[in-house]
Design a protein around this ligand. Structure first.
Ligand code: ADP
Ligand code: ADP
Length: 229
């Protein structure tokens, strides 16, 4: 499962300013969709609606045929992992921040074998020397390091639906390459919505949607869009 549909979705943060209009999207379970388009087109807004930070003003969003407005928020959010564009971390240890994604704020430390794989992934992504600092307080993390913590946290949650909103934007190109292959592996067999602008990030997507001024301007596979010019 994890079949995501947007049906004629409209939304505005303020009633008098419409951001999304008549957006219809279909992401079959286990497939990936890349969303591209100019800055301000409404790409992040799509992600926020799916996670129910906001609700559409018209239309509906379904997962496996169920209107997400009628699903308990806790079960919706356990089904979806989001790496948001701007990561805000708790002023606590890396371990606390990674654990938060799954257990909520009450469960500060990493434990259990189930977490091993994601933590290995995460540790592999850290700069040398950080491996032993997962439980340390007062670390000053750069934007890219915070982004890696956010990615690790989301992968640890192991959600059937993954939203990557410019998830590697703060990484240098060498680190990005490494993390990108981890993310590609995580996306396999999982419903994945990728918001990105770099071509290398989106060529592998099962479908590409071009959003412009809150409307779907184009859609198709990478090859189809290339053929259209
Ligand atoms: P994109 O991800 O394509 O760059 P966004 O979805 O972030 O676009 O934003 C779409 C539009 O919504 C922009 O005009 C942006 O200024 C506006 N917007 C985004 N977030 C908010 C908000 N919290 N309140 C009001 N307007 C917002
Ligand atoms: P969890 O998945 O651990 O339950 P949350 O649902 O609180 O975590 O948040 C998921 C991610 O979305 C976090 O990285 C958080 O910083 C970010 N986030 C929280 N609220 C908003 C919001 N209103 N708009 C955009 N991103 C948000």
């Amino acid at each position: 499962d994890g079949h995501v549909r947007f049906e004629e979705v409209a939304f505005g943060y303020e009633p008098e300013r419409i951001i999304l209009k008549g957006v219809t999207l279909d992401v079959p379970a286990g497939t990936s969709m890349a969303v591209v388009g100019p800055s301000g087109a409404g790409k992040s807004t799509l992600a926020r609606l799916l996670y129910r930070f906001y609700d559409p003003t018209a239309g509906r969003i379904t997962i496996d045929g169920q209107d997400i407005a009628k699903v308990q928020q806790s079960s919706l959010r356990s089904a979806i992992g989001i790496v948001p564009q701007d990561t805000v971390l708790f002023n606590d240890t890396i371990g606390y921040n990674i654990g938060y994604g799954r257990e909520g704020a009450g469960q500060p430390e990493i434990e259990g074998a189930a977490r091993g794989a994601a933590i290995d992934t995460f540790i592999a992504a850290l700069p040398q020397g950080y491996e032993s600092m997962v439980g340390e307080r007062g670390l000053k993390l750069s934007g890219g390091e915070k982004q890696r913590v956010a990615i690790a946290r989301t992968l640890l949650k192991d959600p059937p639906i993954l939203i990557l909103d410019e998830a590697t934007s703060a990484l240098d190109s060498r680190t990005e390459e490494a993390i990108q292959s981890t993310l590609n592996a995580a996306a396999r067999g999982r419903t994945t919505i990728i918001i990105a602008h770099r071509l290398s990030t989106i060529v592998g997507a099962d479908q590409i949607v071009v959003l412009d001024a809150g409307r779907v301007a184009e859609r198709g596979t990478h090859a189809e869009l290339l053929a259209k010019g």
